[in-house]
Design a protein around this ligand. Structure first.
Ligand code: ATP
Ligand code: MG
Length: 627
């Protein structure tokens, strides 16, 4: 079946289509009803079906692939590699689950996981899934305050953390942050299970509260904890969004729909059969990490490489080296990740044998043409942009090389994946835009399997945040998009990233892309700032590539010329700043609203997910000095 036919069936006959896909996973009790959409915008998939994520990710494979590697955990921080077979994974997850049970954790209890990108994070997630506890992984490296906010929202019975993480060879203590977060949090204090990696000898210990994982593991190794079967729509986990637009939302995921959607995506989108290997460079703390470092590959019987370390350490060839070493078929990363490599010597793309590598998927942010060109030229591989949100749990727009690969159009994540009926509509009238016209991207309910079921304990916020923007009941996270005549969708950024110059609407992305075509430019962010005459003008912030010696003022002039040349005088920047770094969220997304607030001296809103506060200080100084 080709793409069009399969997609059409998935949206026109959802019950028939998804009913067939249900057999991709194991059910203890099969679903009684495929879809219940009687109370929109809520919907329930595979109603009455009893299943379990851990069973589908681990136990199910013991018969056919017990000795195949499930996880290869590589750390260039601790210089270690652990190859973990499905049999070993089963053993570790059971010991972990027995520890959770011993600590009184049961079905429906929340467990916060605050760990680096290491194998224990995977064990912990699967152990929670096994006993029906709801995990909420918080990206390791978030500050104590971020952690406290999530603790108070999720009210965990247990918090699992490490003594420390490492970044670029530097030990980053985690446990003191947990101690501080628990002092700040107001919800009932949880027990704390500590994975002691022996990195922080000075770690404080709270008797009666803190528990040593290694000790409990040794006590429970060899035990088997029975699977707790869950109804398909019960919560499996919570995950907070990146906070690019404001306070993070606690996305709630189900069990059956998520497992089925991931299983289907593994073969059709990521083109991975059981036994094949994926390297996903995300951190388990993000949505991509949940779905394609952990659940997707394991449900699909694949081998997942889990990488702790920087993309440039010990050298910028490390990802490609792993691709060669483990015969990686599919690499999944982000445009930000590739832009980090793009600052380095291109020769690294050709240092290793990449003959096993078939596909490079990138998601999370608009993929700009210069980055796409650089990667495609350097590796000779097919680069596939895919668009999704923490909310969707899997790609909503993507090409599908495992089913029917359409030609790549750089800058476009392609077509809707299964079950996504998407439209580009006018913000004001709600009417469909014609091909080539910009508008807001919306999804018609019911949301497909895999997508969020609600916001944790806040159905009202779920309805308001996602379905409250238009007269009709339509899901939107307010991304700005355009569809071309062939149906390819291009994401132009968020609706609040649109600049209105003298009545003309310009996407920040268009201006950023034209600046990025200059060889000296590493990264660029554009925001609109108020202008008396024209309403708004673009302000450009750019960093330069390593080793560029041109005078910043000359590069700024070249940027201005390039924007005018490519987009016309209308897009001429009001000011250009060459700065050492751009403000980003911990997940690597540009925080344009922080730049805008600096320019206009307004309130930037929640900055708790900001990665490096120094970047903003430097920019503040640059603005004070003048363009
Ligand atoms: P918050 O919702 O808390 O403000 P966020 O939207 O950045 O944060 P995520 O769920 O991590 O949190 O990111 C989803 C968003 O990332 C999308 O809505 C879109 O704006 C952007 N995005 C993801 N993939 C792509 C892509 N391939 N092309 C363009 N934009 C993308
Ligand atoms: Mg969002």
């Amino acid at each position: 079946m080709g793409y069009e036919e399969a997609w059409r069936r998935s949206v026109d006959e959802p019950e028939a289509f998804w009913g067939e896909q249900a057999s991709l996973i194991d059910w203890q009790t099969p679903p009684q009803r495929i879809l219940d959409a009687s109370t929109p915008p809520f919907r329930r998939w595979f109603v009455g079906g009893m299943t379990n994520l851990c069973h589908n990710a681990v136990d199910r494979h013991l018969q056919a692939r017990a000795d195949q590697n499930a996880i290869i955990a590589v750390s260039t921080e601790t210089n270690s590699t652990r190859e973990i077979t499905y049999r070993e994974l089963h053993r570790e997850v059971n010991a972990f689950a027995a520890t959770l049970v011993e600590l009184g954790v049961g079905k429906g209890d929340r467990v916060i996981i605050y760990l680096p990108n290491i194998a224990e994070a995977v064990f912990a997630m699967l152990a929670c899934a096994r006993i029906g506890a709801i995990h909420s992984v918080v990206f390791g490296g978030f500050a104590a305050h971020n952690l406290a906010l999530r603790i108070d929202d999720a009210e965990p019975a247990l918090l699992i953390c490490a003594d420390a993480g490492m970044r670029g060879g530097k030990v980053i203590p985690y446990k003191p942050l947990v101690d501080a977060a628990l002092r700040e949090a107001t919800s009932p204090p949880p027990r704390v299970l500590v994975v002691n990696r022996g990195l922080d000898a000075a770690m404080a210990w709270v008797e009666g509260r803190d528990v040593d994982y290694a000790e409990r593991r040794a006590a429970h190794l060899g035990e088997t904890v029975p699977i707790t079967w869950l109804e398909s729509n019960e919560p499996s986990y919570l995950l907070y969004t990146s906070g690019t637009t404001g306070k993070p939302k606690g996305i709630q995921r189900d069990v059956g729909g998520y497992a089925v959607a991931l299983a289907l995506s593994m073969t059709t989108i990521f083109d991975l059969q059981p036994g094949q290997t994926i390297l996903c460079t995300s951190d388990v703390g993000w949505a991509v990490g949940h779905s394609y470092n952990v659940y997707g590959p394991l449900i699909g019987g694949c081998t997942a490489i889990l990488y702790e370390g920087m993309p440039t350490n010990p050298d910028p060839g490390i990802w490609w080296k792993l691709c060669e070493q483990y015969a990686v078929r599919t690499l999944f990363s982000s445009p930000t990740g590739i832009r980090i490599l793009k600052k380095q010597d291109e020769a690294w793309l050709r240092t290793y044998d990449l003959s096993s590598l078939q596909w490079i998927f990138l998601a999370g942010e608009p993929l700009d043409q210069p980055t796409y060109d650089w990667l495609t030229r350097g590796t000779g591989k097919t680069v596939i942009d895919n668009y999704w949100q923490t909310e969707t749990g899997w790609p909503a727009l993507s090409l599908m090389p495992g089913l029917d690969l359409k030609p790549v159009k750089p800058g476009s994540p392609g077509f809707p994946t299964f079950g996504y009926r998407m439209r580009v509509i006018d913000e004001a009238t709600g009417e469909d835009k014609a091909a080539g016209e910009k508008g807001v991207l919306v999804i018609e309910p019911p949301l497909p399997p895999g997508c969020l079921t609600t916001i944790w304990r806040d159905d009202e916020r779920y309805q308001r945040s996602y379905f409250g923007h238009f007269k009709a009941l339509l899901y939107s996270s307010l991304d700005w998009a355009v569809r071309d005549a062939e149906g390819y969708t291009f994401i132009l950024g968020r609706t609040d990233d649109v600049i209105n110059v003298a009545g003309h609407r310009l996407g920040t992305r268009e201006i950023e892309e034209s600046v990025a075509t200059l060889g000296a430019v590493a990264e660029v962010a554009v925001v609109g700032v108020a202008d008396e005459l024209k309403g708004q003008l673009p302000a450009v912030f750019a960093t330069l590539k390593q080793g560029v010696t041109d005078h910043p003022a000359d590069v700024a002039q070249a940027m201005e010329r390039r924007v005018v040349e490519l987009l016309g005088a209308l897009a001429r920047p009001g000011c250009i700043y060459v700065v050492p770094a751009l403000p980003k969220t911990r997940s690597g997304k540009l925080l344009r609203r922080a730049l805008q607030a600096l320019m206009q001296d307004t309130d930037p809103g929640d900055l708790s997910t900001l990665d490096d506060p120094n970047a903003l200080d430097e920019i503040r100084k640059a603005i004070a000095r003048g363009p």
